[in-house]
Design a binder for this molecule. Structure first.
Ligand SMILES: [Zn+2]
Length: 238
């Protein structure tokens, strides 16, 4: 090979390397942006052994979750709240009483229950959660969310999170765990999964390992809800 040909050969190789690298870089960048997200959320804790078992599974599988807590259940179960916090889970508000007729009698009574729950959590772990979930959802058979309620909550620095995927373990906690596994499988890019860790949620514990496996196998990133997570709720059409 003469020198001229050799130089041409080298430039050709360099061009190919540049193009290949460019494509490789672009592929990686696109995939990083495309990573799908799962938020595991558990309502109605702390609740004794069930909540403890849920925490054990999350620890074993090294995934974080968000717990929407009932204030009146915290007394005597402070160890579970401490454990959630220490193990990197997010703590959220789910009212003191979880009773529709108390909670939804006025915007002010709803707010008071959330702030009381915030204080109960603060007294144990020294943080004031600002994320909340409406018991039975923002739009339930007893109450529909209004703009005045949203304004009041936002004035108090609180953020609202319904769900976009329902395991079904709230409506029928004793159903077969396989039903919860099936209901929980979504292919959305952004999954906010509703589950429960209440006293009656024994079958949710059985379903959880398979639900985690599904989202791991499908390349999802497990995240906790924080004040930067976009809110999730909608107004019912009148
Ligand atoms: Zn609830």
């Amino acid at each position: 090979m003469n020198l001229k040909l050799f130089k041409k050969y080298i430039s050709f190789i360099l061009i190919i390397m540049t193009i290949t690298n460019y494509h490789l870089f672009n592929t990686i960048t696109v995939h990083a942006n495309e990573k799908k997200i799962i938020y595991l959320t558990f309502d109605d804790g702390p609740a004794g052994k069930v909540t403890k078992n849920i925490l054990d599974i999350l620890k074993k599988d090294s995934v974080p979750a968000t717990f929407f807590l009932i204030g009146e259940q915290i007394k005597g179960q402070e160890n579970l709240i401490k454990r959630m916090y220490d193990e990197g889970h997010a703590l959220g508000l789910h009212s003191m009483s979880h009773k529709k007729n108390c909670l939804y009698s006025s915007n002010e009574s709803f707010l008071k229950e959330m702030l009381d729950t915030q204080e109960a959590i603060n007294s144990i772990v020294g943080i004031k959660p600002t994320i909340l979930r409406f018991p039975f959802g923002c739009n339930n058979n007893y109450y529909k969310i209004s703009q005045s309620m949203v304004d009041l909550l936002h004035q108090n620095n609180l953020k609202i999170y319904d769900w976009n995927t329902d395991s079904g373990d709230g409506a029928n906690p004793n159903a077969n765990p396989s039903l919860f596994i099936k209901n929980s499988r979504s292919d959305k890019d952004y999954v906010l999964l509703l589950m429960h860790c209440a006293y009656m949620s024994k079958n949710s514990v059985k379903a959880l390992p398979d639900i985690i496996k599904y989202y791991k196998d499908n390349g999802y990133e497990f995240k906790v809800i924080d004040e930067n997570t976009p809110e999730e709720f909608h107004f019912m059409k009148k």
